[in-house]
Design a binder for this molecule. Structure first.
Ligand code: PBG
Length: 326
């Protein structure tokens, strides 16, 4: 006699059948490792709110980058941390070819050539004394178009220093179009743009601000998106696509899987998601307390981000997970 119901558990009974029918997979090449390089350090400096992540010296960055690439990660995303006394109102050191980020890019490109995809954060907040992602007007507002001029300069210097892709993360209007034109005008037709397309104003960036020694007072709500909004993300997507984004990104990841799904459904370029510092720290902290199984939680989080539509995931666990997947 037929059972009056279907039996989906048939496909879950053994590891072999579960493996056979898994819809989503995770490979080392999907993972991009964000890395921090700081000026003026003698040794790598641990970031207390991100156990296991450090601010690198140029030397320690070189060996960590090489090891991650050998482990099979798909790319590297580099952030520069200047000396506090080198910060100013317009983030001059970010566009200085001898500034820490550009020095490190030159070194890594020299070391690694085209064996990986080298990306750089194209944003001013690490380099400004007020900590905002752009140029601030006397009335305190972040000046969109004055900021674009700085991003253009920064993108060209990063391309010249060896970045394969630049990553504008400041959520200024028109940033992709402006940078595309600046790169093209400077002859960098092959330098790509990984656009931070839907970047939300999130409390979960907290540990990153320690990681880069951010000077920010206040918040980024006048340029980053309101967590209440989904439709706005598709508006940003269509703008970035029309402006020439090569890859679009959603950030943070875990709390924004609905946004990721929507963007993935509508995008005709690859989609990335950034599993940010707070996501890393939450899982790490709970695991340290023995409250969750660390490795299983990491794997599940990355799989969920892939399932929601990310082709590429930026994660501080990229090297470790790539090694485990090898
Ligand atoms: C801006 C930038 C931020 C992050 C990446 N790029 C910080 C912010 O917007 O405040 C956050 C990454 C993370 O939290 O891991 N340059």
């Amino acid at each position: 006699m037929n059972a009056p119901f279907d039996r989906p558990r048939r496909l879950r009974n053994t590891p072999a059948i579960r493996r056979l029918v898994a819809e989503t997979s995770l490979e080392a090449r999907h993972l991009v490792l964000p890395m921090f390089v700081a000026d003026g350090l003698d040794d790598p400096r641990p970031i207390s709110s991100m156990p296991g992540v450090v601010q690198h010296t140029v030397d320690s960055l070189r060996s960590a980058a090489e090891a991650a690439v050998t482990a099979g990660v798909g790319g590297l995303m580099l952030f520069g941390v200047p000396k506090p006394e080198d910060k100013d109102a317009v983030g001059t050191v970010g566009t200085d070819p001898d500034g820490i980020l550009n020095v490190a890019l030159r070194q890594l490109r020299d070391d690694l050539g085209d064996s990986t995809v080298l990306m750089a954060d194209t944003c001013l907040d690490e380099f400004t004394d007020h900590g905002h992602c752009g140029v601030v007007r006397p009335d305190g507002a972040v000046d969109n178009d004055a900021t674009l001029a700085r991003y253009n300069e920064m993108a060209v210097v990063q391309a010249r220093s060896g970045a394969h892709m630049v990553g504008p993360s400041g959520m200024m209007d028109g940033q992709v179009a402006a940078i595309r034109r600046a790169l093209d005008d400077a002859g960098f037709l092959d330098t790509g743009i990984l656009a931070y397309t839907a970047k939300y104003s999130s409390a979960f960036y907290g540990p990153f601000r320690e990681a880069v020694g951010s000077s920010l007072q206040g918040d980024r709500k006048s340029y980053q998106q309101n967590p209440a909004n989904l439709r706005e993300a598709t508006r940003e997507l269509h703008l970035d696509l029309s402006e020439g984004a090569d890859i679009v990104m959603v950030k943070p990841a875990m709390l924004y899987l609905d946004v990721l799904r929507r963007i993935a459904d509508e995008s005709d370029v690859p989609v990335a998601a950034y599993q940010i510092s707070g996501e890393y720290s939450m899982i790490t902290a709970a695991a340290e307390r023995g409250w969750i199984d660390r490795d299983a939680a990491i794997a599940e989080s990355l799989l969920a981000i892939r399932r929601a539509g990310a082709d590429i995931v930026l994660t501080y666990w990229a090297h470790e997970v790539a090694t485990a997947l090898h």
